[in-house]
Design a protein around this ligand. Structure first.
Ligand code: SF4
Length: 386
């Protein structure tokens, strides 16, 4: 994906390991060559060309080792570039990667969000200890927060963003594979996005879903798992079973190797570093041979966003310029820390993605943050995302 997010706390914990080692130098030279291909660059529109020029300037500064505060190639970005086909895809990807990384710094928006997270389901079959799915005021059927997205709404979103947004994640508050329409949804995205990601706890993965994922052009499949020991796994991923998770991931890898050997999907096991009992080395031992990447991300107390003590952070939240969430019922929200949607900026039903992203409501949230007044908003007042 995109960046492995650590919520940038001072004591932030992040471990990330790519199985393959990629040469940063080789890829930088390749990109410099592509940026010099005038015919290719001229095929992009004015807005895209201006981003390409900014990219070019940052690249030059990086190559000359001048201090660039801006765009840098990170390990997961290089892995993603290596899974693309041809110069056109690479430059297109870089434009959208630039929007994803730099616009939240420069506080810019254009017509569409750099990343859209679409929620096939808010329902989850797990109750992980660090997750808001443990909040019964959220998961209670009467709360109105539980449900799965209708295929028509999903298609409407995809039709609007195809060619405009390249970074799309199918996941938000629940487990996406809970949706009975998930195969049709994934199929419908096929060939439409350069960077489509799915997050799953892998418990509901089966052969049919594995084939669907591998025959569509899903770029990254993230398996959420936080331990290599069955007892600890169960303690963290309540309702989960490590043996089943491992066997489902093995099944996926076997299908890929047998039927889709040329598929360049990136697989990652990503865990939340929640307790001292978790150990990255044992995670590597268990998962390292099965998937391309293993990561631990920092724990952020997602499970009680509305009851946490207020903090004194006044820095604007980067998510307001980086991504928009569209939930199963069409609600558009700036983040899933706010899992009960206090900050809702509108609904996809009756509004376009472009209208929502540029709406008065969204801009008001951005203004409040820019004026260092996020303390006025709940749950921003207790949130550590910057
Ligand atoms: S709660 Fe507010 S500060 Fe936290 S991620 Fe959401 S928008 Fe950003």
């Amino acid at each position: 994906m995109d960046q492995i997010k650590t919520y940038q706390k001072k004591d932030s914990f992040l471990k990330f390991k790519n199985k393959k080692k990629f040469e940063n130098n080789n890829i930088s030279i390749k990109i410099s060559k592509i940026l010099n291909d005038k015919k290719l660059i001229n095929s992009f529109n004015q807005n895209e060309q201006s981003i390409i020029r900014r990219l070019e300037s940052d690249f030059l500064k990086n190559l000359l080792k001048k201090n660039s505060t801006q765009f840098k190639l990170r390990e997961n970005t290089i892995a993603e570039i290596n899974s693309l086909d041809g110069d056109l895809q690479i430059i297109n990807y870089l434009i959208h990667r630039y929007r994803y990384e730099i616009f939240p710094i420069t506080k810019e928006i254009d017509k569409f969000p750099p990343l859209i997270q679409i929620e096939p389901s808010s329902i989850c079959n797990f109750r992980c200890v660090f997750c808001f799915e443990t909040d019964e005021t959220f998961t209670n059927k009467k709360s109105g927060h539980m449900g799965t997205m209708k295929l028509e709404l999903f298609k409407e979103i995809i039709d609007e963003i195809e060619g405009k947004v390249q970074f799309v994640t199918l996941a938000s508050r629940g487990e996406p594979l809970v949706s009975k329409e998930i195969n049709k949804m994934i199929n419908y995205t096929s060939g439409k996005f350069l960077n489509l990601k799915i997050n799953t706890n892998a418990s509901l993965l089966n052969e049919e879903k594995a084939h669907t994922i591998l025959s569509s052009n899903v770029k990254t499949l993230v398996f959420s798992a936080d331990a290599a020991d069955a007892t600890l796994y169960k303690k963290l991923r309540v309702n989960g079973d490590l043996e089943k998770t491992v066997s489902n991931i093995k099944m996926f890898v076997d299908i890929k190797n047998k039927h889709y050997p040329a598929n360049k999907i990136i697989t990652r096991v990503s865990g939340v570093k929640f307790s001292n009992e978790q150990n990255f080395e044992s995670m590597m031992k268990l998962w390292g041979d099965l998937v391309d990447q293993v990561a631990f991300v920092d724990y952020n107390p997602w499970e009680n966003s509305y009851e946490k003590k207020q903090n004194n952070i006044s820095t604007p939240c980067s998510d307001l310029w980086r991504r928009m969430f569209i939930w199963w019922d069409g609600k558009a929200n700036p983040c899933d820390v706010d899992y009960k949607s206090h900050l809702c900026v509108g609904n996809k039903k009756g509004n376009s993605v472009q209208e929502l992203w540029n709406s008065k409501e969204y801009n008001k949230l951005r203004q409040i943050h820019l004026q260092s007044k996020r303390a006025e908003l709940s749950p921003c007042n207790a949130c550590t995302v910057i």
